[in-house]
Write a protein that binds this ligand. Sequence first.
Ligand SMILES: Cc1ncc(C[n+]2csc(CCOP(=O)(O)OP(=O)(O)O)c2C)c(N)n1
Ligand SMILES: [Mg+2]
Length: 938
Amino acid sequence: MVPAAENPLDLAPWAESPTDGRPPGADTRGRSAEHLHTSPAAERVANAARAQGLDPAELAEWIESLDQVIAHYGEGPTLKLIEALIRRARLGPSRMPALVQTPYVNTIPPALEPPYPGDDVIEKRIRRIIRWNAVAMVLRANKRFPGIGGHLSTYASAATLYEVGFNHFFRGKEGERPADIIYFQGHASPGIYARAFLEGRITTEQMDHFRREVGRQGLSSYPHPWLMPDFWEFPTVSMGLGPISAIYQARFYRYLVNRGLLPRGEEEARVWAFLGDGETDEPESLGSLSIAAREGLDNLIFVINCNLQRLDGPVRGNGKIIQELEAVFHGAGWNVIKVIWGREWDQLLARDADGLLVKRMNEVVDGRFQRYSTEDGAYTRKDFFGADPRLLALVDHLSDEEIQRLRRGGHDAHKVYAAYQAAASHRGSPTVILAKTVKGWTLGEGAEGRNVSHQAKKLNLSDLRAFRDLLELPIPDSQLEEAPFYMPPADSPVVQYLRDRRAALGGAVPRRFVQKRPLATPPREFFAEFLEGTKPGLDASTTQAYARILARLLAEPEIGKRIVPIIPDEARTFGLEALFRKYGIYSAVGQLYEPVDYNLLISYREAKDGQMLEEGITEAGSLASFTAAGTAYATYGEPMIPMYIFYSMFGFQRTGDSIWAAGDSRAKGFLFGATAGRTTLSGEGLQHQDGHSHLLASTVPNVRAYDPAFAYEVALIIQDGLARMYADGENVFYYVTLQNEAYPQPALPDGVADQVIRGLYRFRPAPIAPRAPGLSAQLLGSGSILNEVLRAQTLLAERFGIAADVWSAPSYQLLRRDALQAERWSRLHPAASPRRPYVAEQLDGTSGPIVAASDYMKAVPDQIARWVRGGLTSLGTDGYGRSDTRPALRRHFEVDAESIAIATLSRLKDIGVISADVVQDAMGEFQIDTEGIDPVEA
Ligand SMILES: Cc1ncc(C[n+]2csc(CCOP(=O)(O)OP(=O)(O)O)c2C)c(N)n1
Ligand SMILES: [Mg+2]
């Protein structure tokens, strides 16, 4: 068969087989024109032909000719022929557009809809109760606590999309088959809570604490695993992150299966992503579609709720979002299923002999469709059907009320079921379902279809009464004002049905569940070679040290296979290319070519069971992989250890929101910000040289951030991280910056290993005794700037007789956290003796002023200033980066040894130990430009 029909439904209704019920696009060889006139399906095909202005008999002849060409020449040549014709049509005078859009009708024609397996009456009742309770929880919350917020309209438009999933598709974690992985649209959370309430999983008390979580029994505004770790699995409310996460999740599932870490069953976990049509404007939503198609992720289903509205107004008032998305997804190679019209339209479409109705559907823009949802039937009759007398005649038999009740497809459980069924059984590519709905459906004049719909948090009494009447719920008028929750008795058929369905589908959804599976992580001795330092005369950078540590860990029998190295096209930059050959780059299809460097030891090897995720140039995608891997311990019960290395500038800065969401997800693993340091990455200039990621990292509560100077620090941090996260189960993840400056790596000094982890230790005591009383100082440094600090120590000793101790401070962030905790405890326990911050414990007993130098902004060391006796002088790299040599940049940003020495002398002058002349002379000697521009402004 010609692969144009890769998605058999794409060609519907053109290619549908009218007699045997096979899906459209199935083998049509040998079909004659008469077939097109033998059944109701044939009649529809004929109608559809007319709708496009084609003669049905002529179309049949074309199809027959095509079949003959295939029979005669075979599929390959026929495909070429068709391609040539399309090219001719597109480049010719007609300028025909690419074939990525189909008419504005349901992709699945009624004849191909499967029978609905559910009990329509009971399911409608369930939907109604949930819809009511979802509204009630927002109304009640806002009545008692005005301004607390919440959303009525998103779920009101999406209820059927979710309920068909809950009753017939979503697989829970207690079934035999792998559980589905579901990304719920953040603003639909009231509906998801309302269902859990009906299932008996959430109490009335909790429902009444929507958005009031501080007392610990509340329900979070949106899906947040951090706040509700037994319920929500995936944070989605930062728009765009849900869809991209779902794509990489579906891929990561396959990765685990292909690597033998999850069983390869007949059935797979399906990944569902529910998103809004407005949300598709986020680049993350659509930016990674091609990877899903390329990897053939038919375990992935996007459901886009096309209510044609976003927050301020229409998504595409002057266009058609469904058509636009269809083209985008088709172009990216996805299977597209449109669910536009409810079943009430079927009859009208069947009678649309001259195709006028489809033509009208095609031409009306979304802004107008939105208007229809707020007007009465008479308006729609006049404005929509009134475009042509023949269309008016088509709805002659319908009253205005009946016209108003012509539903959109996303509100019709049967249409939605047909789409889900087709998506779940589709093979070869991911599926997107574009479901048309009305925002704030049935919520009345204040909210339904209105531009203010998204912000509506209240309904007036008459709208609420109308809503109750429509839902046919026994809530007395006298109680309406307080919008009580409605809960049928536990033994009612409604509750029974609901529970039975969930039991049949493997239990409650959503549910986050962590099975404790501590790993045997390597002890310190495992890292011995890094604790000993480099051999004399040999230099190494911390990035090189990391590459070697990673190689050692990958080879470690206990946890090696659980490590997921992630790289966005920078392996060669970081010296990790040797891993390609040894561990392979994951590819769903293996390697279909012999690589150009096949004869090298480090050749580019792709493999189905490859361990590395070489993501290409997408930090957003890499972060999505990081999060999928880092949460695998909960999602799949398989603890995986992502080790993601990237240009540090493109981490917290470029993908900060994804890292925030990873933290919310309780992801574990290591983020390595490489080529770090504003002066250490010397030649790359303003956009690459990172001097602030540690400041950004300090904003994420469960990140432990380190700026190590030496290989042994890197090793100790990784060792501790593995133990904390994977043996002890702490909910933290790591950010470690790595530099590309090579220098001799010292051995771990005795007795400081634990202090390295805490963030501060004395690395090298002063080499001399103070030449005179008071000539002492304490110098702090981290990352490669520690070497400048060490040079300053020597300068100060040799030139000025100043005894300065040098401290390595791998984590100001952790020092600050500890100090704040100590301070808080002391504040709350006034009668007890105060707790001393670790940083004070380390520095209080020392002598002389304290100066810190960093390759990051001064605000990074400033994090501890409050607890430093006598105050802290911070030197750092505030200002834009620029290209130059390291020495030039360090002088420019005033973090080189000479600048550190001057800062120390200046402090000694301030406390009267030395005179201003000494400082002035030193500046002359060190050629410091005292009148130069402040680097923050340069
Ligand atoms: C990244 C991001 N930007 C903005 C918002 C604020 N916001 C929340 S909902 C919304 C509109 C949503 O429209 P749509 O995606 O169409 O969802 P609907 O409610 O219509 O289903 C906006 C702008 C957000 N949550 N995340
Ligand atoms: Mg919308």
